[in-house]
Design a protein around this ligand. Structure first.
Ligand code: PLP
Length: 350
C-alpha cells in the first residue's frame, strides 16, 4: 500500500457492519449447468425474456467490463446510475448528523444533494483560480469526522482534469475514502485512476455508461474499489438494482466499441469548432476542456441563456456557481448542432 493504510472497517457505520443483508431467492445458488425448474421466486413462469429476476451481481456484464477495463470482477460494483453508487457510499460510511464530507465547488451538484439527503455536513473547499485542488486548505479542513472527499476529474462544470500529484497527496494524507468521479474520463487523454485501486485501499473510482458510452437512458453507473469496499456496498444495495433490460443493452452496446470510439472522436472534432470561436463578441473566455462540454464566460450569462432558449437551444447556466460568474456550460452536440449554436451566437452577438 502506498497510502497510510486506512482501516476500511473502522470507517463503516456500526449498523452496516453488523447488518445481515437480505438474501434473495436467486442468490442462494449461483449457476447450474443443467436446466433447472425455477419455483423459488414467485415469478410468472411463462417466458417473455424478462419474467425472471435479473442477476443481482450482473456477472455477464461485469466480465465484459473486466476485460475492457482490466479490473477484476470483485473490484466492480454496478448501480442504477452512478448517483445510486454515490448514495450507497454515503449510507455505508457516513453517520447522519455526525460525519462530514469535503467537496470542491464548482463541481457536480449531486454530492451536495446526497449529503443533504443523508444529513451529513458538506465542508466546501473551493477550487483555486485555475480550477485546481487547494490541497493546503483541504488539510486544514479535515477532521476526525471527515469520511469522504469527492474529486471530480475531469471536473463538471469546469471541464479540466485535476492535477495528479494533488490527488496523490490527498490519497496519501487522508484517513477516509477518496472518491474520484471519472464520468468524463473517456473524453480525456488522461489515464484513469482505476489502475490504482489496489495500491490505495481508500480509493473509489466512479465511472458511468451515461456519457461517452451513450447510454444515459438505461441508468448504469460503475464503482471500482478494493474488494473490501465493494463487499460492503454490495451488502447494502437493493438486491436487483440493475434491471435486465439495462444489463442486456449494455452488453449489446459494448460489443461495438469501435462505434463508441468514432463518436468520441467526432465529439472531439465538434468541440474544436466551438473552441476556435474567437470572433463572437459576447464570448469573453473559453476554458480548456477534457470533456464533452465546454465552459464559456460571456458578457451576461442570464441574458445570453434566455436568448439561446428563444432560439431553441438549451445550455446550462452556471452563473450562480462559485468562480463561474457569467459562465455557460455547453454540451458538445453533433456537427450540425454545434454549427447551429455558432450561427445563433453570432446572430445574438451583433
Ligand atoms: C453526468 C455525471 C455523472 C453521471 O451520473 P449517472 O447517474 O451515472 O447518469 C456522474 N458524475 C458527474 C460528475 C457527472 O457529470
Amino acid at each position: 500500500m502506498k497510502n497510510n493504510n486506512v482501516e476500511i472497517l473502522d470507517l463503516v457505520r456500526g449498523n452496516i457492519k453488523i447488518l445481515e443483508p437480505y438474501s434473495s431467492a436467486r442468490n442462494e445458488f449461483s449457476t447450474f449447468d443443467k436446466k433447472m425448474i425455477f419455483l423459488d421466486a414467485n415469478e410468472n413462469p411463462y417466458g417473455n425474456s424478462i419474467n425472471r429476476y435479473p442477476d443481482g451481481y450482473q456477472l455477464q456484464l461485469k466480465l465484459k467490463l473486466s476485460n475492457l477495463k482490466g479490473v477484476s470482477v470483485e473490484n466492480i460494483l454496478l448501480g442504477n446510475g452512478s448517483d445510486e453508487i454515490l448514495d450507497l457510499i454515503f449510507r455505508a460510511f457516513c453517520e447522519p448528523k455526525l460525519d462530514q464530507i469535503i467537496t470542491m465547488p464548482p463541481t457536480y451538484g449531486m454530492y451536495d444533494v446526497l449529503a443533504k439527503i443523508n444529513d451529513v455536513e458538506n465542508i466546501k473547499v473551493l477550487l483555486n483560480r485555475d480550477f485546481q485542488i487547494d490541497t493546503f486548505e483541504i488539510l486544514e479542513k479535515m477532521t476526525k469526522r471527515t469520511k469522504l472527499i469527492f474529486i471530480c476529474s475531469p471536473n463538471n462544470p469546469t471541464g479540466n482534469l485535476m492535477d495528479k500529484e494533488d490527488i496523490k497527496f490527498i490519497l496519501e494524507n487522508f484517513d477516509g475514502l477518496v472518491i474520484i468521479d471519472e464520468a468524463y474520463i473517456d473524453f480525456s487523454e488522461a489515464e484513469s485512476w482505476i489502475k490504482e485501486i489496489n495500491n490505495y485501499n481508500n480509493l473509489i473510482v466512479i465511472q458511468t455508461f451515461s456519457k461517452a458510452f451513450g447510454m444515459a437512458g438505461i441508468r448504469l453507473g460503475i464503482g471500482y474499489a478494493n474488494g473490501q469496499i465493494i463487499e460492503i456496498l454490495n451488502k447494502i444495495k437493493p438486491p436487483y438494482n440493475v434491471n435486465q433490460l439495462s444489463q442486456n443493452k449494455a452488453i449489446e452496446i459494448l460489443e461495438d466499441l469501435d462505434k463508441i470510439k468514432i463518436q468520441i472522436a467526432d465529439i472531439r472534432i465538434n468541440k474544436r469548432l466551438l473552441q476556435e470561436l474567437s470572433e463572437v463578441k459576447l464570448i469573453k473566455r473559453i476554458y480548456p476542456s477534457q470533456s464533452n462540454f465546454i465552459l464559456i464566460k460571456v458578457d451576461d450569462a442570464n441574458k445570453r441563456y434566455n436568448q439561446l432558449l428563444e432560439n431553441g437551444i438549451v445550455v446550462r447556466n452556471r452563473n450562480k456557481e462559485p468562480l463561474c460568474a457569467n459562465c455557460l456550460r455547453i454540451t458538445i452536440g453533433t456537427q450540425v448542432e454545434v454549427q447551429e449554436l455558432i450561427k445563433t451566437l453570432k446572430n445574438i452577438s451583433s
